[in-house]
Write a protein that binds this ligand. Structure first.
Ligand SMILES: Cc1ncc(COP(=O)(O)O)c(C=O)c1O
Length: 134
């Protein structure tokens, strides 16, 4: 097998310390101190006004679609995890697929314009295997 990515794991001792704190607090879900701390750190690092962690990427996409009140067509890539498309469909929008670039495997920016019409409300691109969409 050829791995396309390698996961980063912190030293196990650091991880166990954090896990012990979770066990002591007996708080496993929403709004726990570790999540709040990480939200603040990432908000500062990215110099954002607001930040909200959610359960997973699917929920994040669905929230973004809801927050933007999207109801029509969203241009996206056919080469992504299924949630990229299912979140669009679950929010009642129509995915419009634009072919990918042979080198980056991302949506081909040169093909997007011809897919835009009066129903287009957004472009949902994903960065494939660490290649940023340009
Ligand atoms: C591009 C992309 N979008 C959405 C998702 C969905 O994320 P989750 O499995 O956390 O819901 C993934 C998950 O791998 C993803 O790679």
């Amino acid at each position: 097998m050829i791995p396309v990515t390698k996961p980063f794991s912190p030293p196990i001792e650091e991880y166990i310390k954090l896990i012990e704190g979770v066990w002591k607090r007996n708080w496993f879900t929403n709004n726990g101190p570790l999540v709040n701390d990480l939200e603040l750190k990432l908000k500062d690092f990215l110099e954002l006004k607001h930040i909200l962690y959610v359960t997973n990427g699917t929920v994040a996409l669905q929230l973004a679609i809801k927050a933007l009140n999207l109801t029509k067509e969203i241009i996206t890539t056919p080469f992504s995890y299924v949630a990229t498309t299912s979140s669009v469909v679950w929010e009642g929008c129509k995915p419009i697929f634009v072919d990918i670039d042979r080198e980056t495997l991302n949506i081909d920016p040169n093909k997007i314009e011809s897919a835009i019409n009066n129903n287009t409300e957004a472009i949902l691109a994903t960065h494939c295997f660490g290649n940023p969409v340009m």
